[in-house]
Design a protein around this ligand. Structure first.
Ligand SMILES: NC(=O)c1ccc[n+]([C@@H]2O[C@H](COP(=O)([O-])OP(=O)(O)OC[C@H]3O[C@@H](n4cnc5c(N)ncnc54)[C@H](O)[C@@H]3O)[C@@H](O)[C@H]2O)c1
Ligand SMILES: [Zn+2]
Length: 414
């Protein structure tokens, strides 16, 4: 980020400053980011002759050797800081550890740490970069589906504070994001499912074509990690064909493009009516409500499912459209309901989101599928009646609307 335009005016009693900061970042597809033949990373770090890599510990176990071989092949010194973090330690203390690593490395101004990991790691390390010397540039390599299609597309970074999601944070774009979907081959299936929730989000309110593709290929995409490995879901075997890989590419490309189209005019979220906040109205409170938090994708899916039921009650989508959305969520194994979704939680989370959204609810709902309206005037009574109806609907679905591996510890032990 740099200031590209500024103006100073003054009179006898006042100085007035107007300045505009430039946000400038690139997302580039790479096929094999640690393949020595690919020079994207080496080109960035060659001028420094060295690189400090902050990497999720699990990703380091899987890809660390490849990363070290890559930098060695390019004659660039690599120092690794292993980041051990989960949703309960996505906190300021973890940021402090990263900042200490920057200092130990002797990071010079404008030198860019390399951040490798899922949305958790890139959020926390990105926040460390935002805070270190007020602003330190950085490069991101997302390694989860959420990271690839959402967290690293966004310029938001941050940590949780007490029970509040992302309460401390910053808008701090990485200068470069290298998108290598090959990382999905090793991503546990529960994490693939988790990421699919964000694609359901953007497509249900923003892109009908992507929704239709997800509806047609959802289970196969889940089983094959978006066309990267053969796999099974619900007893059905799916092969990672090149056709499926093409579908996967179209979906993820369109999801990223749609998100950028919607967000780029509003990077600092001054306009609080945000399409991509579908599913993020009541879920921030819900996600951390259980002793063991929900996976982000499951928490937002419960919110999206309820919002879709509400949208049908309001006449914004037909009952068939609503059922298509709920069925897709259910077939993928995402959560549509939870015992934690109570009238009391809805009241508490409404109060919290009203503060974040300047006193208005601005709940994004589909109208129809592929498009969006914002609801401000949802009373507590209407919400409870939507919840009652929702509960009746999802009771008919497999697992009564409960998700598969919906909680963080289930995923960690999987
Ligand atoms: N900044 C944003 O705009 C934004 C957007 C969406 C989500 N988020 C945040 O992202 C976080 C969730 O991120 P996430 O879903 O990516 O989870 P995550 O970063 O916790 O990763 C999930 C798990 O997968 C492991 N992992 C990562 N890559 C792997 C790979 N290639 N192979 C095998 N294992 C791998 C990790 O070690 C971890 O155990 C939440 O904290 C959420 O708030 C931020
Ligand atoms: Zn999200």
């Amino acid at each position: 980020m740099s200031i590209v335009e500024s103006r100073l005016t003054s009179d006898a009693t006042t100085f007035h400053v107007e300045a505009y900061e430039k946000i400038d970042y690139t997302l580039t597809y790479v096929d094999g980011v640690f393949d020595p033949a690919d020079t994207h990373l080496a080109d960035i770090y060659r001028p420094w002759g060295r690189c400090l890599m902050v990497i999720d510990d699990v990703v380091d176990d899987l890809y660390g050797e490849r990363a070290r071989a890559y930098f060695a092949a390019h004659d660039i010194e690599l120092v690794t800081y292993r980041l051990v973090v989960d949703e309960t330690t996505k906190a300021w203390t973890t940021v402090e550890g990263i900042v200490d690593a920057f200092a130990d490395f002797g990071l010079v101004r404008k030198e860019q740490p390399l951040v490798v990991g899922g949305g958790l790691g890139t959020d926390v390390a990105g926040f460390a970069c935002a805070a270190f010397r007020r602003s330190t540039p950085y490069v991101r390599i997302p390694t989860t589906l959420i990271g690839l299609i959402d967290a690293s597309v966004s310029i938001k970074v941050g940590v949780n504070h007490r029970k509040y999601k992302n309460r401390l944070g910053a808008y701090h774009a990485s200068s470069t994001v290298l998108l290598d979907f090959g990382f999905l081959a090793t991503l546990p299936v529960d994490q693939v499912r988790n990421g699919m929730a964000e694609i359901i989000k953007i497509s249900t309110v923003g892109d009908k074509r992507t929704f239709d593709l997800m509806d047609a290929h959802g289970e196969a995409l889940l089983a094959t990690h978006f066309g990267h490995v053969d796999g099974e879901v619900d007893g059905r075997w799916h092969a990672a064909s090149s056709e499926l890989r093409e579908v996967a590419h179209e979906i993820t490309y369109r999801a990223i493009q749609r998100m950028l189209e919607l967000e780029v005019p509003n990077l600092h979220e001054l306009d609080l009516d945000r399409v991509i906040a579908f599913g993020h109205t009541w879920s921030p409170t819900l996600e951390l409500a259980p002793d063991v938090p929900f996976f982000h994708g499951h928490a937002i899916c419960i919110d999206m499912a309820l919002s879709t039921t509400l949208a049908e009650q309001r006449g914004h989508v037909t009952a068939e459209e609503r059922d298509r959305v709920l069925s897709l969520m259910s077939r993928i194994g995402l959560s549509l309901d939870s015992e934690h979704l109570t009238p009391e939680l809805l009241e508490r989370s409404t109060a919290a989101i009203l503060q974040t959204r300047d006193g208005r609810l601005r709940a994004a709902v589909p109208a129809p599928v592929g498009e969006c309206v914002f609801l401000d005037d949802v009373s507590a009574d209407e919400l409870v009646s939507a919840l009652d109806k929702h509960r009746t609907l999802v009771a008919e679905l497999p697992r009564g609307g409960a998700g598969v591996q919906a909680f963080v510890d289930e995923g960690l032990s999987a």
